[in-house]
Write a protein that binds this ligand. Sequence first.
Ligand code: PLP
Length: 475
Amino acid sequence: MPGLSTMSDEREVWQMFRSRDEYAEPFRIKVVEMLRETTREERETLIKEAGYNAFSLPSDAVYIDLLSDSGTSAMSDRQWAGLMLGDEAYAGSRNYFNLKGSVKDIMGFDFVAPAHQGRGAEHVLMSALVKEGDRVLGNMHFDTTEGHILLRGAEPVNCLAEQGYKVGEETLFKGDFDLRRLEDEIQKDPRKVPFVLITVTCNNNGGQPVSMKNIREVSKIARKYGIPVFFDAARFAENCWFIKHLEPGYSGKTIPEIAREMFSYGDGCTMSAKKDALVNIGGLLAFRDEAMYRKALEWQIPFEGFATYGGLAGRDMEAMARGLREVIDEAYLEERIGQVRYLGDLLLRAGIPIVRPTGGHGVYIDAAAMLPHLPRKEFPAQALVVELYIEGGIRGVELGGCAFGRVDPETGEDIWPALELVRLAVPRRVYTDRHMAQVAKALSRVKGRASSVRGLRITYQAPVLRHFTAKFERV
Ligand SMILES: *Cc1c(COP(=O)(O)O)cnc(C)c1O
């Protein structure tokens, strides 16, 4: 493989992915869930009743639901069978030991604490290791991670490399740290950095991967100062697949080999099992060091539950234990990431502006570019979510001025985030390529009438996390 530093080289690299028509889904379908199709008139009424906020729609009025890839996976027959093997003992459930075994085999960590979901694991980790005035350094912290750092009276610091913020630039590994920045931030006061957190893949800028080279360097820098390294491992398998296919030196390695190397650079992880453990609920914490694990248990037991269940039923842990082993399958990952990329390619072909390159779990549309006639204060991304629902019964999510903007309490002025995006998150093993084609068609039709799409104004908003419950009316 040639060097990866220039555009033309990158194009060649992308072409090394097998094209979508060279393979089919590596599974067949045993159970189906019928979808309800609504009429355009029904959808007009439903979205209006929902205050033009897709979070308030009943999900059975949604034809293709791309709101989130979290907890929306289709489990396998082996996972469903595992549910029947739930050992619901209060302590020492066999399913806990199976989960521990999966984590040890895949990540190499000896000590595991289950949690009810990712944020439960984050709560335990932050409570155990973060003090007031600390600074937690990461590539780009996910929202709930940032929330838990702030709740400890500490400061979340993002050290994402410049390229990670450039929407239209097709560079590889846009989840990488700026290593110089990381070391500068550590040097301000190493004693105030409880750990460095590497989020794989980097969710907040589009599911962009972190390279093994960068992970190795981050670990080397942190270790020089005696600082532990943790992973936010929600999408660890998707990250490993990108390393295998895009990073020189890894094409001959298996996904399990890549995962073991990746985790060898860290001291533990938090994980939302609702992503790459292919389950509908669950999470975990893992540690290499027993003393650190003991410290976490002091918070685990009062908040999540006893050490061997952590807020989960035994059957849920069994499904997680099995999902972790399924997600590192190469054929599964090719299909998964290939499908997301396929949707991205269909949109590009239709002239729809998206964040490039397409990440691991979703396609992000640049709504500001698609609806240039709408000013920020009319929420173009929210307007696009509404139109996509009306057009095709498809639900995406706004990640723009409503989710990340706020009103300055002193001046009363709006403060807008840099980007105005709509995310189409693709659930794992749930939809077919023909569903993806319908999504692309509906978006093309919205594009065709873009200039007549009306903006929105907020009629109700909560003081924090307003996008979940905001209500709008058409301007
Ligand atoms: C989803 C997610 C979390 C939080 O997990 P929940 O299971 O939703 O609580 C944390 N980090 C990342 C990167 C995530 O994607």
